[in-house]
Design a protein around this ligand. Sequence first.
Ligand code: ATP
Ligand code: MG
Length: 429
Amino acid sequence: MSKVSGVKGMNDILPGDVEVWQHVERTARELFGRFGYGEVRTPMVEDTALFVRSVGETTDIVGKEMYTFEDKGGRSLSLRPEGTAPAARAYIEHSILNQEPITRWFYMGPMFRYERMKTGRYRQFHQIGAEGYGSKEPAQDVEMMDMVVQLLQKLGLTDVSLNINSLGDDACRPGYQNRLVEYLRAHSSELCADCQVRLEKNPLRVLDCKNERCQQIANAAPNITESLCEPCRAHFAEVQRKLDVLGIKYVVNSRIMRGLDYYTRTTFEFIASHPALGTASTVGGGGRYDKLVKSLGGPDVPAVGFGLGLDRLCLLLKESGQQFSPPVDLFIAAADEGSADVAFGLVSRMRREGLRVEFDTRGGSLKSQMKRADKTGARFTLVLGQNERESGQAQLKPMAGGDAIPVRLEDLASTVREALARPSAPPAS
Ligand code: ATP
Ligand code: MG
């Protein structure tokens, strides 16, 4: 029969890899909780209009990359391409502002974009993100960046640099945009086809085009931070001062535009320099979106957030060579058919006691069971035969070599635990 394949750009995450993912997720959950962020889980599917109105019709995400379909009731729905708009939708729908002036949320889960695939760029990818509603103050922006910095540190990913920028607001961005358009028009024949369109519809986006020639042109473009109005300039200066207060290193990079329409003032990206990511070197980005909630029909509440690419973080972490799969503590083998049930009962009891225990459900010869024990990388093995059953005594054998430890079957769990805690305990293989 012909084989059915998975969908292109959508990956299976198998045991062996999944432990890396679990480690990142666990670390983020624990850390974000410490910062006072609660987890929000929104559906994977939303009304298409949500993304059109927030992310923006002229962005690549909405214009080209969204998985949009009609449901059986004729509604236009889309798989979420990002997490900020769904969170804002939920924030409005549940009238959260009536319940508290400041809200801190985080989320994690799959996002969908129909992109050209390569390393670190998939069609189903995963983000860990956070949103802070209710404060327009730079402290909120910097708290968010601090959270990412601390997460990266906890994961041991130190080779990542924080780039920050300010996109201004309604008072100063239009003036900048005019200056930018004037400059870009003078170079329009050299821009890529996409940027020719962007120039008319969404000129700021030309600045983060990945085309090499467009980047050269962008490099010489007027600098947005020089066009900020006084309140935006002061806000941006305070963001930098507060980063300094926390001792967080950053670079001001006027090219950080972000691919979505809803940003105002602060934007930031975390860029890794590891070759494993190739051109997909941005592990996360975010910024302020003070107008988003209102534009979706909610209250006039300022907000700031970020999204981290979990797939990319995991790629980097795997490169670091750290081991995340917990080792098997104990392998129990039955020496003969008559010991199988007692061995099976012992396995179940040891698992109940909290040990990681393996055995071979296929039974088979002692030799084949021991082969299996080797494969599992178990730290100790115990062979159960007639003698052991009758005497209640057995030998706990360290798989890495060394003396066997005599053990009463009654005390097996505590003896294994003690042996594992000893400094001389066999290492996890
Ligand atoms: P890029 O510039 O790499 O296309 P982006 O600006 O489109 O990123 P955001 O929308 O800001 O990305 O999403 C935040 C993070 O999510 C990115 O920094 C990246 O780590 C991750 N990400 C975005 N798109 C993908 C994808 N297709 N596959 C894997 N990770 C992705
Ligand atoms: Mg993108």
